[in-house]
Design a protein around this ligand. Structure first.
Ligand code: GLN
Length: 491
């Protein structure tokens, strides 16, 4: 009998086989490191690979097992970290030239919790610079590619994490989601991506983009593994003032959808292209076949989400990025002679075009003459969006929408920035309202590229939302599909 290759295992199965003694942690680490070394050049998923560190941790884990010590929830599971989260003493580049030499002096809480659960950290993944983008094309280093079609984007900004999990170079990865950066790449790469309720996962050690929107969450190859990751990282953290002070939850899966009402914002979804619409209707049929009822809800206000987001997110980004001054972090322009030149030239050299554009936009909407017209108005519309979701959840348990208007687009095919921003139309609302939202693989389009179904829940309802996604996954089984290019039977 041929043995199942390790990259066909889920995270839960890897842990189990390690705990049972079927594999050593070192063997698992070596297997996945080999895969990463073999495929990363083609895929561009990792900016740095932490091989020696990973092997040391694996050796320590094998000793732990030999001494019958407690083994964590993620024991021997290869986990990748988006390169805007700190691993102590390692580079955090944020996909930017600005931080190419910046070594983090401390550990992000999410990373610490993953390590405490005995995960094996594989490396840091590629992203759009400072997480600004929807295609990974704004990485200052190199592009990441979609494992289902290397000519296509893996999505963004967490494209490296999504590609790494989709190609099974790691079984779990972290992402950060400010306007869709976990869910859209998960949808494009055919894996599960989860944005928790705002505050559920600590942002301590995540380089801030839009602080009122940012949320760390996991990518995985199954909903069960998302639950495993959330049990590990969904914890209160006193180092993040917006961290929810609630006990960690346990994610029991296996519920059916009987008596569950799924809200469909029909009118808001009116402009979906025919193929996407037909696909979405098929997904709804699956939910109904599992016992759910679908109800129409009114979320027409969401048509303003993109406008509101690109005011608020850029305002927060311009403020957050003010700290990159050429003095405290990363590069300092060599030609700078005066203090002003240190600021100006370092920022000019260090930041890429998209980041500069957002800093200018954010500075503009916050400037004295325009604050009321843009920033304050956007805050008011944000409140209306929150209220509309509250009203919708009075008549349903979760809202269903596609993850993105289409499947992954070819690299370099979207040159109009507004068209690129429109990619986020279905993901941004959950960030504006702080809601938990999951992207679960829902099939393929006529180009054989993956599509995703998004379910959005009320605040704090992370556990039920993951349960609904699990029921959908069990009925459809699309998470079992591995991109053929990366499914050789050996590492
Ligand atoms: N694509 C969105 C943007 O460009 C969202 C990014 C994110 O979630 N980090 O801002």
């Amino acid at each position: 009998m041929t043995q199942t290759p390790l990259h066909h295992f889920s995270a839960a199965q890897i842990r189990e086989s390690f705990v049972k003694g079927e594999y050593t942690a070192v063997a698992i680490a070596e297997y996945f490191l080999k895969r990463i070394e073999k495929h990363n050049q083609q895929l561009g998923a990792f900016l740095s690979i932490l091989g020696p560190r990973m092997l040391l941790k694996a050796e320590a884990l094998d000793r732990k097992r030999a001494h019958n010590k407690h083994l964590g929830r993620l024991a021997a599971v290869p986990v990748a970290i988006k390169d805007n989260m700190h691993i102590a003493q390692e580079i955090t580049s944020c996909g930017s030239k600005f931080l190419h030499n910046y070594r983090a002096p401390f550990e992000a809480t999410a990373v610490r919790l993953l390590e405490e659960e005995d995960a094996l950290i594989t490396g840091k993944t590629n992203l759009d610079e400072f997480a600004m983008g929807s295609s990974n094309e704004h990485s200052a280093y190199f592009k990441a590619h979609n494992p289902w079609d290397l000519n296509c984007t893996p999505g963004g900004s967490s494209g490296g994490s999504a590609a790494a999990v989709s190609a099974r170079l790691s079984l779990i990865a972290t992402g950060s989601d400010t306007g869709g950066s976990i869910r859209q790449p998960a949808g494009f790469c055919g894996v599960v991506g989860y944005k928790p309720t705002y505050g559920r996962v600590s942002r301590y050690g995540l380089v801030a983009f839009g602080s009122s929107l940012d949320q760390i969450g996991p990518f995985a190859t199954s909903v069960e593994d998302i639950a495993l990751a959330m049990e590990s990282i969904g914890r209160h953290c006193p180092l993040d003032s917006t961290s929810l002070d609630l006990p960690a939850e346990s994610y029991h899966l296996g519920k059916n959808l009987k008596d569950i009402k799924i809200g469909i914002p029909r009118h808001f979804l009116e402009n979906l292209k025919p193929e996407a619409k037909a696909h979405f209707e098929e997904n709804l049929q699956v939910l109904r076949s599992l016992g759910a009822t679908t109800v129409d809800i009114n979320l027409d206000i969401l048509k303003y989400s993109i406008a509101v987001y690109y005011i608020l997110a850029t305002a927060e980004a311009a403020t957050n990025l003010a700290r990159f001054d050429g003095i405290r972090y990363g590069i300092r322009a060599k030609d700078a002679k005066t203090l002003d030149e240190v600021y100006e030239l370092s920022r000019k050299e260090g930041f890429g075009r998209e980041v500069k554009k957002r800093i200018m936009l954010g500075t503009y909407v916050l400037s004295a003459g325009y604050q009321d017209a843009f920033y304050k108005k956007a805050q008011k519309v944000r409140t209306l969006i929150i209220d509309s979701f509250d009203q919708a959840f009075a008549s349903c348990d979760a809202v269903a929408m596609p993850v993105a208007p289409s499947s992954a687009f070819p690299l370099q095919s979207i040159n109009d920035p507004l068209e690129m921003y429109l990619q986020d139309i279905f993901t941004i609302p959950a960030n504006l309202a702080g809601l938990p939202a999951i992207s679960v693989p829902s099939g393929f389009d006529s180009r054989q590229m993956p599509l995703g179904l998004q379910l959005i829940g009320p605040q704090m309802c992370d556990v039920p939302l993951i349960q609904y996604a699990h029921a959908f996954e069990q009925a459809t089984q699309f998470t079992k599909k591995i991109p053929p290019l990366f499914d050789g039977l050996t590492s």
